[in-house]
Ligand binder design. Structure first.
Ligand code: 2P0
Length: 333
């Protein structure tokens, strides 16, 4: 009852921000993302009677069951998993990521997509991708989308039991392989407010939240169409506006949530200036200070060179659309 999986991070073009059900992790609005080809979580699970308790080791460090992080994420997920699929022996989970966690780079998306995929294999559950995406969703909303490669939509669903809230693939990675998402790392520190708490606070207190929901369907429609017709301008403009609308809701919560740092702002201004010069580039950001530049392969080098010049940029990672979660024979223990 041991298996391993590798799953990618994803970056949303139309964001998920706000839950209609916190237990089942059901969103108020649908979202669309690109699965990345360079950021991964690699996870091994083993269910065995010899373990006296569930064990989690994240990037080489034991996460104690008594910690808030454990209880809110893994503990909660394992409880929901066992309620749904029945009692199992205790499990040892070891996971490593090849990028900083908790800094707005979709580590929970990659982590829970890898965990769901590894559990499915270890226990021989034979879940198809749709069911796997629902299982990953019970761990973290954005993980729903990392099951698939390429361009992915998480359908919000209408039902209270969440059975119609899962991911579908809009197009495989090969459909638009020239698309680039350049990740500009402006800080590797863990953020102070996790997405989970941030979005709950937003739903509760931001007067802008209802505006956010009003335009979600239109943004989804435009980005879906833009992906299918490979229209960078349409996808870029709508993604950028969608991101800024999400930040408008964050900034207007009580107390305010401000994920940006000075380098984030510097990058935003630069990208807007470069666009005025005629370079086709757009930005998006998530619950953290990193800025992601959306562009095409032909402009990648030019933009990368300019990004290197910006004060405060610690690292630049160029990503393309990549594959979804998959089982691997390589075990971590
Ligand atoms: C997204 N984010 O669509 C949005 C944009 C952050 C900003 O999904 O509570 O870690 O585990 O469901 O998935 C981050 O939220 O939150 C996220 P939970 P999650 O990518």
């Amino acid at each position: 009852m041991k298996a391993s999986a590798i799953a990618p991070a994803n970056i949303a073009l139309v964001k998920y921000w706000g839950k209609r059900d916190e237990e089942l992790i059901l969103p108020f609005n649908g979202s669309i993302s690109v699965t990345l080809d360079k950021l991964f979580a690699h996870t091994t699970v083993e269910f065995d009677e010899r373990y006296k308790e569930d064990i989690l080791i994240l990037n080489g460090k034991r996460v104690e069951q008594s910690s808030k992080d454990y209880q809110e994420y893994i503990g909660n997920f394992l409880r929901k998993f066992r309620e749904r699929f029945g009692k199992t022996p205790k499990v040892k989970i070891e996971s490593v990521t090849n990028f900083p966690t908790g800094a707005g780079l979709a580590s929970s998306a990659a982590g829970f997509a890898a965990l769901a995929t590894a559990i499915n294999e270890a226990l021989g559950l034979n879940l198809d991708k749709k069911e796997l995406s629902k299982l990953a969703r019970l761990g973290s909303g954005s993980a729903t989308r990392s099951i698939y490669g390429g361009f992915v939509e998480w359908l919000k669903g209408e039902r209270n039991d969440g059975e119609d809230s899962y991911a579908i693939q809009i197009a495989p990675p090969e459909h638009w392989k020239e698309l680039r998402m350049i990740l500009c790392i402006t800080s590797k520190e863990e953020k102070k407010i996790k997405s989970r708490a941030g979005m709950a606070q937003t739903v509760r207190t931001s007067p802008m939240y209802k505006c956010w929901l009003e335009s979600a369907e239109k943004d989804l429609e435009d980005v879906r169409a833009g992906i299918l017709s490979k229209d960078l301008e349409l996808v870029g403009k709508v993604a950028e506006h969608n991101c800024l609308k999400m930040f408008a809701t964050m900034l207007t919560t009580k107390p305010p949530i401000i994920y940006w740092n000075e380098t984030s702002i510097r990058l935003i201004h630069s990208i807007l200036e470069w666009r005025d010069e005629g370079i086709k580039c757009y930005f998006t950001m998530d619950a953290g200070p990193q800025v992601k530049v959306i562009c095409l392969e032909k402009d990648e080098e030019k933009i990368k060179e300019r990004l290197k010049e910006i004060e405060g940029v610690e690292d630049i990672i160029v990503t393309s659309p990549g594959d979804g979660a998959k089982v691997t024979e390589k075990h971590l223990f």
